[in-house]
Write a protein that binds this ligand. Sequence first.
Ligand code: PLP
Length: 378
Amino acid sequence: MAIQVFQATFDVEACLAEIRECLEKGWTGMGFKTVQMEEAWKKYTGFENAYYLNSSTAGLNLCVEILKEKYGWADGDEIITTPLTFISTNHAILLGGMHPVFADVDDTFCMDPKEAEKKITEKTRAIMYVGLGGNVGHWDEIVALAKKHDLKLILDAAHMAGTRVNGVIPGKEADVVVYSFQAVKNLPTADSGMICFREKELDAIARKRAWLGINKDTYARTGAGGNYKWKYDVEYVGRKDHGNSVIASLALVQLRHLDEDNARRREICKQYLNGLSVLGDKVRFANVLHPEECSRHLFQILVEDRDGLMLYLNEHDIFPGVHYVDNTEYRMYRYAHGTCPHAAYISDHTMTLPLHMRLTERDVEAVIQAICDFIQKG
Ligand SMILES: Cc1ncc(COP(=O)(O)O)c(C=O)c1O
């Protein structure tokens, strides 16, 4: 059996029972289970606001637009970001009419606060920080930097579902935190996400903008009494970004398993770390801070001949991934190519090893053995 980098596991019967409730009630759209998921997420994370969306990409796009409007940012104003991320992060900045300025990463593979500080200009308005693989990296220093320079802070927490620091879900200092519950994330659904604004007012705007700018959702209208249930106003030219009850059913069930799944992920990472330690510095690792509380969405290694190792593993039915290609290699971000040498190095040498709930100890051992065979023979 092939060993894939990601493969989701669902609590099938429980998911079907939640979906059945939607079907029996005759309510599969926004509201009902989406509201339950928002409440459950607020309770789990401690965030005051949470709005359930059809993806985290939608959330990133929304938050740049909303912050831009709220704070009167001009087209071309700058947001400092990382080149080592999924393209959604940086497209959100560009789509919002802002200019992504790339700051290099450090040994955590997350943005280096010292590099970020060097990139601040009079046009800088915000920092977009990605907790790569669930790692918080030097988030505290980024928070201090944003405070010092009066910048807004966006946390792309796509990989961070369940990450804690000293028992607490990080990100309360951010203006907005965006999670992904996409098909292979730690809390897998099919596609969905959650946006958590610090300010209630911005959460309210997101709810309108994600429903075409309409100021009253159909669920609220259905519950309302009186003669004007059907009546609404349209306050924004918005998109249709909200989540629905069928997918929220999956999210509600998967949330019950999140901590236990993340604990298993950490065990797998320990097995990799122990098994690969015989290779000394021929295999290096991302410096994961607070590893005992990290969601461990990714287990990333650095090796000299990444592409050779990838082919070798593929020949042995093992299919790792790469997270990520340095975004400044893509045409729309090429203007910044060469500005982040550490990220470029990682981009050329990193590999993400298989990490999911279906892996057995023997699978992990097989991956370790294959890596050892390749490197020791080379
Ligand atoms: C760092 C990062 N940000 C954003 C996203 C987008 O998430 P979604 O697929 O929920 O839109 C992803 C998804 O892979 C991601 O890895």
